[in-house]
Design a protein around this ligand. Sequence first.
Ligand code: ADP
Ligand code: ASP
Ligand code: MG
Length: 832
Amino acid sequence: MTDTKWLVHKFGGTSVADADCFRRVADILLAGPPRQAVVVSAMAKMTDALLNLVTGAEKSSASIAPGLEALKTRYRAAAMALLPVAASAPVLESFDRDVADARDVLQAVSLVRSAADRSRDLIAGFGELWSSRLLAAFLAERCRAESRDMPIRWIDARELIVVEHGELGPAVQWEVSQTNARRLFAGMPRGIAVVTGFIASDQAGLYTTLGRNGSDYSSSIVGALLDASEIVIWTDVDGVMSADPNRVPEAAIIRDLTYNEAMELAYFGAKVIHPQTMTPAVLRSIPIYIKNTFNPSAPGSRIGPPVPGSGTASDQIKGVTSVDDVALVNLEGTGMIGVPGTADRLFGALRNAGISVILISQASSEHSICFAVPARHAAQVEQVVRQAFTLELQQGQIQSVDVKTGCSIIAVVGDGMAGLPGVAAKFFGTLGNAGINVRAIAQGSSERNISAVIDRQESTRALRAAHSGFYLSAKTISVGLVGPGNVGATLLQQLAEQAGRLTREFGLDLRVRAIATSSEMLLTERAIDLGRWREAFEAGRQPLDWARFERHVKADHLPHAALVDCSASQAVADRYIDWFRAGIHVITPNKKAHSGSQAGYDRLFAEARAHNASFLYETTVGAALPVIGTLRDLNQTGDEIISIEGILSGTLAYLFNVYDGRRPFSEIVVEARDKGYTEPDPRDDLSGMDFARKLIILAREMGLRLEPRDVQVESLVPHGLEAGSVADFLAALPRFDAGVQARLDAARRDGKILRYVGRLSRSGGATVRLEALPADHAFAHMNLTDNIVRFESRRYSANPLVVQGPGAGPAVTAAGVFADLLRLAAYLGPAR
Ligand code: ADP
Ligand code: ASP
Ligand code: MG
């Protein structure tokens, strides 16, 4: 019978950070198959701490003792928590011996004031020795305590993996390593072998390391040596994600990647896996899984050979990454044109200096060559290049060597983009929309990667913008709501009910991420659960800060931002210009911003246009009735509006629909107020001012320019009652009933009716007043609070166009705002 295959695991530093972590790891291993090898990193931050000790010792010996003491405390605490005294004694003895060795080496370093690479490697590698010994002892202890018959073996990778350091990093010497493996893993048809990560030997038998984050590489070397069935890399995230989740909140798990995709992502900065990890696994087609130690049941990511037929065309890219801290070098000169060998000399010189180049781009004119290197090499690179081209620089064939530090490379990666047009356009389009300047571009002919060099400070914004361009619906809108009162709260409820359907059917992803009242706000990274927004607001509210509110809504990682102002506040309206300048679209039923002075109106619209921001306010006239939309359609299709007349106040419509002289007018006002048809202070309606604002909005929509004082308004608030309490006003109102009655009687004598009407005409004139109209006039037969507007135009002259229906109330107003939000989404681009 042949032995079952090995399963190889690797646990990263965060997975073995403390005693609890070791318990989790043991649980995973003890539930695994019978034959496992487990490669272990140093406890989290241990390698950093050890390397800091070396750097510290180069300066002075004073830091050595306290530094080692801190490591001791941490390690002892973990060992004592995990092991009974008898089992911890041998582990702590080895540890103390290592610490004594480390102290000697560090003392030596501090004497010479400089650490040789060998000393640095030796010290750095202790972390893996310590964590793996502790894990092996703990597994043995668990098996003993649980009476499992499971052999546990500890293996020092310095006796196993032999490498040779070359230009491309450490290269495994497979033959000797294979011989070592046969010896070290012999006689283990079952059991768990615990192997140190990160460390190895060179051909001379000296200790070395595989480079920072090298334990991933160790695991795939061990996987190849053991011809494992699979390699599982355990870390602290659920898998390879479409971007670094610390920087892009929207990042999502990538379930399947090819080796090449993973390599490209890793090379371009996705720290979750080390770039060199892939090679040994590829040689034997061993799949690599990335899984979360803290969430082991999550499926994780699978990295393997391409699976034929898998993946869809919509998987244009797999991920977005960045390499930060690079320098961009530009070599420019007319002397390079048509001269063969320039690039060869350039990169030859860099190779001789041991500098690896991350990205190269040369325009076809050969007038300049531009390349990126790690920023820490910037000064050296400049020197090397100047030296290599001394003559050309002196003679002017090369005019400049320009080194710009403070750059980042951002790259989109995916096999799927090969042969798919439009990926580059989308990538650079998203960067452009986010206002990010691209300094250099490179695309490999594999078409697996497109990279752009940008400013370092912009790299997180660039990652977010590119990620959202590929991963989110083009109709993802970050929404902030101001004023969750009647209309606002109803809107949130309507959104809660419709959101799922809108996403499914139209790819529309409306994310309400901020809510503000007049004094408080709630800001959330993800969308607020709108079914429970009140609870969320209660739990997360904080004092209102407009600047933060605005910045939050205009999130870099979401393609669009909109603010919905459901307040009636002038102070909020005064902020629109700032919002437009930030590129935020505004939707509102609030009339204040665009019914004031003409100059203010002009400024508002100029700013919106200048910043490509939409301003949608259909609900400011007649709630959801299509009044402004109709007017615009007429205008834009070349019709000319001659006049508009209408009843644009539900309150005033109601009062005169009901008032027939049998009951006094004041009584009807009180009744309307009790039914909730008026503002809390009925004078706000009776004054006609609100109505006048609507008329101003319509007039400007028609193209007329006018100031609020140009509208002649007849106020129905009797002289002398303008100020004072509502109660006093209502008490005094009956005194004026006789006056209204007289107007009604006079109208009736002429066979007419009374209506409070607004009129606008192209030839000038805007009035809002109580009028006597013919009894057969369209305005005579209306439902209680309905609004009505008649447009007379060149096309609709003999028979005017009429829009009529309920023009107030939270449900219809909110629905109108909702419709504006959908209109905005329609402008913003097609669904993906
Ligand atoms: P370990 O200690 O397990 O080796 P690392 O810290 O080296 O873990 O790598 C895991 C981290 O890599 C994650 O916590 C995450 O912050 C970061 N990371 C960067 N890019 C990505 C990505 N594309 N997918 C997943 N994680 C990423
Ligand atoms: N401990 C090493 C490092 O921090 C190797 C690893 O964890 O992969 O670089
Ligand atoms: Mg790592």
